[in-house]
Design a protein around this ligand. Structure first.
Ligand SMILES: CC(C)(COP(=O)(O)OP(=O)(O)OC[C@H]1O[C@@H](n2cnc3c(N)ncnc32)[C@H](O)[C@@H]1OP(=O)(O)O)[C@@H](O)C(=O)NCCC(=O)NCCS
Length: 167
């Protein structure tokens, strides 16, 4: 996969699509390669059955190479996952998936978008900062698998006007 990911037009060949149960074999492979504790198939099936969940895959040449998801809780969006296959990182796909979630949240008229990120995950924290997320606090020993702390990050959303443009 690495050799296919290098050219500049690469990102244009990736489509972002709603996640379906049939996608889960590939999603779980990316998940296992990306997190110390991967979500299970059952967890994803529960998420896909929820009316308040929004999950997407990034597909290239028939293969899923990344995914992202969020929940709509009250007037907030909460990002629950964001992952790109290790062979396909640093090419803008994480940014594209994150931008997609933000656009959906804005379209839903939500006011804030929040997330937790491992304190030591400087790559993801830097990505979120670039998209305007601010660090709001630290949840000590938040992650049961490693005992790591989580940084809570939040971004205020600017609503869309009727033409679909952001104000
Ligand atoms: C976080 C993640 C989704 C980013 O995906 P990506 O496709 O590499 O993202 P992008 O190509 O859009 O790059 C985002 C930024 O991270 C930087 N970056 C990505 N991988 C990096 C690496 N291994 N080392 C240093 N910088 C890196 C990019 O240069 C870019 O920097 P910039 O914001 O200054 O431009 C990906 O690293 C990943 O799946 N990590 C494991 C799962 C994870 O931690 N998810 C976040 C949970 S909160």
């Amino acid at each position: 996969m690495t050799s296919e990911c290098g050219d500049t037009a690469w990102l244009d060949t990736v489509s972002i699509e709603p996640m379906k149960p049939d996608d889960l074999d590939h999603v779980l492979a990316v998940e296992r390669a990306s997190f110390p504790s991967a979500w299970s198939r059952e967890s994803y099936l529960r998420e896909l059955g929820s009316p308040n969940s929004y999950y997407f895959v990034a597909r290239r040449a028939g293969t899923i190479i990344g995914h992202a998801g969020m929940w709509n809780v009250s007037d907030e969006a909460h990002i629950s996952t964001l992952a790109v296959h290790p062979d396909c990182r640093c090419r803008g796909l994480g940014s594209r998936l994150l931008g997609h979630l933000i656009a959906i949240a804005r379209h839903l008229g939500l006011l804030n978008i929040t997330l937790e990120v491992r304190e030591v995950n400087y790559t993801a924290r830097s990505l979120y900062h670039r998209f305007g997320f601010e660090e709001k606090g630290l949840l000590r020993r938040y992650y049961g698998d490693t005992g790591e702390s989580a940084v809570v990050m939040c971004k205020t959303l600017v609503p869309e006007d009727r033409s679909g443009r952001t104000q």
